[in-house]
Design a protein around this ligand. Structure first.
Ligand code: GLT
Ligand code: MN
Ligand code: MN
Length: 401
């Protein structure tokens, strides 16, 4: 029997098949996630970093990111560290993979149970700086150009334990210290700060993209600092991720992005990209592609706990394919003449006020605006055809246009 082309095993002609050009990356911690949760133990055996590099490369990924301790055990001696790094570099070169981003694990060991840069203990804060300097050296050695700071346990359970203003200052001191370190070392490194509202602490400082953006401009080296927003983290606060990312993009601050999915405001789920919020993530991919975002498309997610290793690779491939499917659907949506026509009409580009507003502030614009006569009732009576427009986007997403 002849099968239609999309059902044959000949997948090379599949336009959604990920390739290195797509710049897809995964954290080592994502595919190696062993499915432990607060109620149940590991369900998958350890996955070696070398195996992750090999499999992800075969699937079409371009990069692999890591925390220091995803690769090197917390208490490894110098010799062991060097051997692990050597083997990992060999795997990167064997399989044509790069490390675009690196970060520090400042949340797993009990020493960080009260946070790292904002911990009340000066010894813990000092240790966090020492560990991060080492991890930055490692990241740069592996070729990373972006360094992520996710404030895992930078928060409180007992509100009285920390002065929240002091916490902000401590975080600023740490980021200033480490950016100066990177500069003095001559590293070509940009920092990307990742917000999250809670979990594992009951409340985390710098909970959203907006908080992080405002903080960046108070730092000593704001030019080298941007954000690493994560889909699930903004949904945990009930926010519109597309709008947060747009604000970061517009400010030139989207240095990195953590793609995944999440079922509304609850614990952080890190689900396969596009497995839940199909409409929002369609608009996210459209935004990234239209804005010319050229950084990594990084997936910070993991397979369902029900999966064995095969399921992990199904998960990884699924993240990448779904991104490419959204990308193609967004292209078709924007190329649809009816969509274009409707957008043109609702934006009323031919209006004389469009020309006037585009001039910006001047004495002449002030005069013209003061003298203009408006008919607010007529303007208030007009319909905007958003029902029609939204239905068109739905029909594109569902694949019938
Ligand atoms: C951890 C966290 C993520 C961060 C990673 C980087 S670690 O998995 O849940 O959101 O991006 O530190
Ligand atoms: Mn993340
Ligand atoms: Mn997450």
């Amino acid at each position: 029997m002849m099968l239609p082309p999309q059902l044959t095993s000949e997948s090379t002609s599949d336009q959604y098949k990920p390739t290195k050009k797509d710049k897809f990356s995964f954290g080592l911690w994502t595919v190696a996630n062993r499915g432990r949760d607060p109620f149940g133990d590991f369900v998958r055996p350890e996955l070696s970093p070398v195996r992750s590099v090999q499999k992800l490369s075969e699937l079409g990924a371009w990069g692999i990111n890591l925390h220091d301790n995803d690769l090197i055990p917390f208490d490894a001696a110098a010799q062991e560290r060097d051997r692990i790094v050597r083997e990992f570099k060999q795997a990167l070169s064997d399989y044509g993979m790069i490390v675009p981003m690196a970060t520090t694990n400042l949340f797993f060991h009990p020493v960080f149970k009260d946070g790292a840069f904002t911990a009340v203990s000066p010894a813990v804060r000092a240790f966090a700086l020492q560990k991060t300097m080492k991890a930055i050296d490692l990241g740069v050695e592996l070729g990373a150009t972006t360094y992520v700071f996710w404030g895992g346990r930078e928060g409180v359970d007992a509100e009285a334990s920390k002065d929240p203003i002091v916490a902000v200052k401590r975080m600023r001191d740490a980021i200033n210290f480490l950016s100066q370190y990177a500069i003095d070392k001559g590293y070509k490194l940009r920092f990307a700060l990742e917000p999250k509202p809670n979990e594992p602490r009951s409340d985390t400082y710098f909970p959203t993209i907006g908080h992080m953006l405002a903080f960046i401009y108070t730092l000593d080296h704001p030019d080298m600092i941007g954000v690493n927003p994560e889909v699930a983290h903004e949904y945990m606060s009930g926010l519109n991720f597309v709008h947060g990312v747009a604000q970061a993009l517009e400010a030139g601050k989207l240095f990195h992005i953590d793609l995944n999915d999440q079922k509304g405001p609850r614990f952080d789920q890190d689900l396969r990209f596009g497995s839940e919020n199909i409409k929002n993530l369609f608009f996210l991919v459209r935004l990234l592609e239209k804005a010319g975002y050229d950084g990594p498309r990084h997936f910070d997610a993991h397979a369902y706990r029900t999966e064995n290793e095969d399921g992990v690779w199904d998960f990884a491939l699924g993240c990448m394919r779904t991104y490419n499917i959204f990308k193609e659907k967004a292209r078709r949506f924007d190329a649809d003449p009816e969509v274009q026509q409707l957008l043109k009409e609702i934006n009323d580009e031919g209006s004389p006020y469009a020309a006037l507003l585009s001039k910006g502030y001047s004495a002449e614009t002030v005069r013209q605006l003061q003298e203009a006569t408006f008919d607010p009732d007529a303007l208030g009576r007009q319909g905007y055809s958003y029902e029609k427009l939204d239905q068109m986007s739905i029909e594109h997403i569902m694949g019938v246009r």
